[in-house]
Design a protein around this ligand. Structure first.
Ligand code: ADP
Length: 714
C-alpha cells in the first residue's frame, strides 16, 4: 500500500531539523513521492537542506531556542506550508513530548512514537524505574526523586567510586561526568547541573556505578501501530570520546548469536512495555570483562532515529526513514523478524569540524572544498555513503553541533570494512575548516581496533598513538624559540649589569622584567631560510619552577603556529652549558646542540647544529627592546568562540592551581579554564552572557609568588 492510501495519508512532510539528517530525510521522502518542506534559522538561510527541499520556511534567528527549538514556530511553519507530517530528525525537538502533543493538537502526523512513550523514556531516572519493573537488567545506581547535595553524595558513597553523574533529562553526553572520588563530587555535581540546566532546562541527576571497560552495544527496534515489534540487530558504538560516539559499527563484533537474540528480544520487550511506535534504540552496556557470561545492562532508550542508523541500513538493506514514514502513516512494518537478515559489516565515522590535536576545540570557517573522490580512492559507490549537510562554499558556524558529515562503508566482513573506511577517509577532500579526519584514520588503522579491542575508553587508553606527533619542522621552530628566549634573557642580563651590577645569585635583584613564578607570554616570529613558511611561537612560561631557577631554564609551553593556525604544542626547556652549547629539552627529549646567532637581512639567523645536522631559521626580532612584556600577570584567553556561562571565583580570592575560574560554552559543550597556578584573579574582563571570540582575554591572573614578589619590591 502506498503512503497516500494509508490510514493516515502522507503527501508532504516538514523536516524540523537541519544539517545532514534533514538532507537524509529529504532524500527518502522525495523518493517516495512526498513534497518536502525544510525550515531554517537565519544562520542557515543558504544551507544545503534549504536548497535541497522543495520548499523552505524561515523560523527565526540563529539561536536554536528561537528557531529549531521553538515549538510554536515549527507548528506554524507546518500549517502554513500545508504539511501532513513532521519528521523531527534527531536532537532538537525529536524527543520532546510537548512537541508531539502540539503536533497532535494541530492535526499533524508526528513521525515518531506517541508522546507517552517519549515521556516514559525521556527521563533517564523514570525510564530506569520502569525497566526495572519490566525485568530489564540495570547498572547499579541511584535514580530517586530526592536531589539534595548531601543525599546524592551519600548515595555515590554507597555505590562506591568511581561513579557516573548523569542528567536525568540528558542526552548526547551532556550533563554527564565521571567522579573518581568524594573530593571531586561537589564540583562535578555543580558542573553537571549547570550543563543540564543550560541544555535541557532541568537539573535532576542520577548516579550510576561507573563500569571501567564496558562496550556500548545498542539494539535498533521498530514497532508499528498495530502491535508488531522487531529488532534490526545491534550496533557497537564503543569508540567514544567524552561519552560521545566517534565510530559505530554493525553488527557488534564477536557477539554470540544467542546473546544477540537475547538482547534483541529484551529491547523489543522494553519498547513494547511503553507502547512504543516507530524507530527506537535501546542502549545497553555490555560488561567486557564478562562478555562470555553475557552481562548486559539497560542504559536508556532513544526514542528517535539515531545518528548512526546508516550502519543498520547497510547490513539489513532496509531504509529506516522509509520504515518510519510507513509506520507513521499507519501501515504495518515492512518485514517480520524472520524476514530480516544481516549481511556483511558496516562502519560509520563521524566527521566533525574540530581539532583533535587541540583538545577537540570546535572549528569554524568556510569550507573551500568538500566531497569524496571515489574513483581516486578505488571505492565502489554502493559500498560507500557520505551523508552530509554541507557543500563546498558553506560556512561552518558556531551555532550548532559541529558534525559536518557521516562517512559509512560496507564490507563483506569487518576487516574489509575497516580497510575500505581507511581508503574512504583518505579520499575525503575537505579543506578550509579543520576536521577530525586524520584522527579518524588513526583510529580505524590502529592495530588494537583492528584486533577488536572494544571498550568505551579505547581513545583514552591509546592516547599517544591517536594524537599527532608534532611536525618535524615544528620541533625545529620550537628549538629556535628556546634559543631566542635564552638570548633575550642574556640581553636583559647584560643591560642590567651595565646599569649597576646586581648580585646575579639573588634572583630578586634582577630588575630585568623577568618575574619568577609568574607566567609570561612571548610572541616570537620565525621564517624558514628560503622564506617559504612563516611561523609564530607563543611561549608561555610554566609556573612550577622553584624560585632560584634561571628564567630561561623555566619550562615553556610553546604553541607553534603556521600562518595563524596552531600546528603543534610542545613543552620545552633550555639550559646554557657554555658559550654556544645548549641543552634543549622538547617534550621530554633532551638534546645537546650548538647554537649560533648570525645577523641576516630580515632578522637574526638562528643556526642550530647537532650530530651532523644543521637547521637554520630567521628570527624576526621586530622590536628588540619590547620583546619582554613588562607585566607579570597571566592572561587567560578564550579557547574558542563562545559565550561566558559562569565566573566561578571572586576577584582577589586566593585559589589553588587547577581551580576552575570561568566556564565558556560553545556548541552546547562547556569548556572550563582553570587557574594556571596558586594565586588569584586580579580582574575579569568579561561578564556572564558575554559572547567571546577565540583568543579574547577573559581575565588577569596573578601567581602567588608574583604577588609576593610585588610586595617585596614595594
Ligand atoms: P547520553 O544519553 O548523554 O548519550 P548515555 O546514558 O547514553 O548518555 O551514556 C553515554 C555513554 O556513556 C555510553 O555509551 C557509555 O559509553 C558511557 N556510560 C554510560 N553509563 C555508564 C556507566 N554506568 N559506566 C560506564 N560508562 C557509562
Amino acid at each position: 500500500m502506498s503512503l497516500t492510501d494509508a490510514p493516515h495519508p502522507l503527501r508532504s512532510v516538514l523536516i524540523a531539523n537541519r544539517g545532514e539528517i534533514a538532507c537524509r530525510v529529504i532524500r527518502t521522502a522525495r523518493r517516495l513521492g512526498l513534497r518536502t518542506i525544510a525550515v531554517y534559522s537565519d544562520a542557515d538561510a543558504r544551507a544545503r537542506h534549504v536548497r535541497e527541499a522543495d520548499e523552505a520556511i524561515r523560523l527565526g534567528p540563529a539561536a536554536a531556542g528561537e528557531s529549531y527549538l521553538a515549538i510554536d514556530k515549527v507548528i506554524a511553519a507546518a500549517q502554513h506550508s500545508g504539511a501532513d507530517a513532521i519528521h523531527p530528525g534527531y536532537g532538537f525537538l525529536s524527543e520532546n513530548a510537548e512537541f508531539v502533543a502540539a503536533c497532535d493538537a494541530a492535526g499533524l502526523v508526528f513521525i515518531g512514537p506517541p508522546a507517552s512513550a517519549i515521556a516514559a523514556m525521556g527521563d533517564k531516572a523514570a525510564a530506569k524505574a520502569r525497566m526495572a519493573q519490566a525485568g530489564v537488567p540495570l547498572v547499579p545506581g541511584y535514580h530517586g526523586e530526592a536531589q539534595d547535595d548531601a543525599l546524592l553524595r551519600e548515595e555515590a558513597g554507597k555505590i562506591g567510586y568511581p561513579v557516573l553523574l548523569k542528567a536525568s533529562a540528558g542526552g548526547g553526553g551532556k550533563g554527564m561526568r565521571v567522579v573518581d572520588s568524594e573530593r571531586e563530587f561537589q564540583a562535578a555535581l555543580d558542573g553537571c547541573r549547570r550543563e543540564s540546566r543550560a541544555a535541557f532546562g532541568d537539573e535532576r541527576m542520577l548516579i550510576e556505578k561507573y563500569l571501567t571497560q564496558p562496550r556500548h552495544v545498542e539494539v535498533q527496534v521498530f514497532c508499528d501501530s498495530l502491535g508488531a515489534g522487531v529488532y534490526l540487530f545491534e550496533r557497537d558504538c564503543s569508540v567514544q570520546r567524552r561519552h560521545q560516539k566517534v565510530l559505530e559499527e554493525a553488527p557488534a563484533p564477536h557477539l554470540p548469536e544467542a546473546l544477540r537474540r537475547e538482547m534483541g528480544e529484551a529491547a523489543v520487550r522494553a519498547a513494547q512495555e511503553i507502547g512504543y511506535v516507530g524507530a527506537g534504540t535501546v542502549e545497553f552496556l555490555l560488561d567486557a570483562s564478562q562478555e562470555q557470561d553475557g552481562a548486559f545492562y539497560f542504559m536508556e532508550m532513544n526514542t528517535r532515529l539515531q545518528v548512526e542508523h546508516p550502519v543498520t541500513e547497510m547490513i539489513t538493506g532496509e531504509d529506516l526513514v522509509e520504515w518510519q514514514l510507513r509506520v507513521a502513516a499507519g501501515l504495518p512494518l515492512p518485514k517480520s523478524q524472520s524476514e530480516l537478515t544481516l549481511t556483511g559489516h558496516a562502519i560509520e565515522a563521524r566527521l566533525y569540524a574540530e581539532d583533535p590535536d587541540n583538545d577537540f576545540l570546535p572549528a569554524t570557517g568556510t569550507l573551500e572544498r568538500f566531497g569524496i573522490d571515489l574513483t581516486a580512492g578505488g571505492l565502489a559507490a554502493d559500498r560507500v555513503r557520505l551523508d552530509s549537510g554541507v557543500e563546498a562554499g558553506d560556512d561552518v558556524s558556531m551555532h550548532y553541533d559541529p558534525m559536518l558529515a557521516k562517512l559509512i562503508v560496507h564490507g563483506e566482513d569487518r576487516g574489509q570494512a575497516l580497510a575500505e573506511m581507511d581508503r574512504a577517509l583518505a579520499a575525503l577532500d575537505v579543506s578550509g575548516v579543520t576536521t577530525n579526519r586524520r584522527f579518524l584514520q588513526r583510529l580505524v588503522t590502529h592495530p588494537d581496533f583492528i584486533a577488536t579491542e572494544l571498550n568505551t575508553r579505547f581513545i583514552e587508553h591509546h592516547h599517544d598513538a591517536l594524537f599527532a606527533a608534532p611536525h618535524a619542522i615544528d620541533a625545529d621552530i620550537a628549538r629556535a624559540a628556546l634559543v631566542a628566549i635564552d638570548q633575550l634573557a642574556m640581553d636583559r642580563l647584560a643591560r642590567n649589569h651595565t646599569n649597576g651590577a646586581p648580585r646575579t645569585d639573588d634572583p630578586w635583584q634582577h630588575r630585568d622584567g623577568w618575574r619568577l613564578n609568574a607566567p609570561r607570554r612571548l610572541r616570537l616570529a620565525f621564517q624558514e631560510i628560503d622564506g617559504s613558511g612563516t611561523y609564530e611561537v607563543i611561549a608561555t612560561q610554566g609556573l612550577t619552577q622553584g624560585l632560584a631557577q634561571e628564567p630561561a631554564q623555566a619550562t615553556w609551553q610553546l604553541q607553534v603556529q603556521r600562518d595563524g593556525e596552531e600546528t603543534s604544542r610542545l613543552a620545552g626547556q633550555c639550559q646554557r652549558l657554555n658559550n654556544d652549547t645548549l641543552a634543549l629539552t622538547l617534550d621530554g627529549h633532551r638534546q645537546r646542540l650548538f647554537a649560533r646567532l648570525d645577523p641576516a637581512s630580515e632578522g637574526d639567523a638562528i643556526v642550530l647544529t647537532a650530530a651532523g645536522t644543521e637547521s637554520r631559521l630567521i628570527w624576526r626580532r621586530a622590536d628588540r627592546a619590547d620583546h619582554l612584556p613588562q607585566e607579570a600577570e597571566a592572561k587567560l584567553t578564550a579557547p574558542m568562540h563562545g559565550t561566558v556561562v559562569t565566573l566561578l571565583v571572586e576577584p582577589g580570592q586566593a585559589v589553588e592551581k587547577g581551580t576552575p575560574l570561568v566556564v565558556v560554552e560553545a556548541m552546547k559543550m562547556e569548556h572550563t579554564l582553570n587557574a594556571p597556578a596558586d594565586g588569584a584573579v586580579e580582574a575579569f574582563h568579561v561578564a556572564v552572557g558575554d559572547a567571546v571570540a577565540q583568543g579574547d582575554e577573559l581575565l588577569a591572573f596573578v601567581g602567588k609568588e608574583a604577588s609576593a614578589d610585588t610586595g617585596r619590591e614595594n
